[in-house]
Design a protein around this ligand. Structure first.
Ligand SMILES: Nc1ncnc2c1ncn2[C@@H]1O[C@H](COP(=O)(O)OP(=O)(O)O)[C@@H](O)[C@H]1O
Ligand SMILES: [Mg+2]
Length: 139
């Protein structure tokens, strides 16, 4: 994938989720998929803080944007822990479960790699208008 790659660490606190969103919108300013990417990173960063060891005192997570000619790769690396990111099998309920569902709908592809020492949840957006239109229909 030719293009550029940019990563930044954030403290594993809920306040950092907003900073991670701003990181995305700043560097994707003018891209049709900027808003979609912002939403995805927001959900993944929230999960890193809420569900992984990144949310512990002193924990961090890493957001990476990698732009290719016709696609954008987004990744959030956390500090692992006992649970794994999974789509809730019975769908969302009052307790939550919408985050990864939203990611799965918005992204052209997504997945998880890593283990209890650190996991990356990633998503790919094709940078034509389709992904930008998809976010409009999710509002
Ligand atoms: N980064 C992560 N590390 C560990 N577990 C995760 C992570 N992200 C998600 N999960 C697990 O996947 C489940 C589904 O995530 P999500 O769809 O965002 O729903 P919610 O965050 O509302 O529970 C979470 O409840 C959690 O158990
Ligand atoms: Mg979530």
């Amino acid at each position: 994938m030719s293009g550029w790659r940019l990563s930044r660490h954030f403290l594993g606190s809920t306040a950092s989720v907003r900073e991670a969103r701003r990181f995305v919108t700043t560097f994707l300013s003018g891209w049709p998929v900027a808003e979609t990417a912002e939403l995805i990173v927001s959900e993944l960063a929230t999960n890193a803080v809420r569900h992984s060891a990144s949310g512990r005192f002193g924990g961090r997570f890493l957001v990476t944007l990698q732009a290719g000619q016709d696609r954008l790769w987004l990744g959030v690396l956390d500090e692992g822990g006992p649970s794994s990111p999974v789509l809730r099998p019975d769908g969302p309920d009052d307790e939550g479960g919408r985050g990864l569902l939203l990611v799965s709908v918005l992204a052209d592809s997504w997945g998880v790699h890593g283990d209890e020492h650190g996991r990356t949840v990633w998503a790919v957006l094709h940078t034509e208008t389709a992904a930008a239109l998809r976010v409009a229909s999710c509002r």
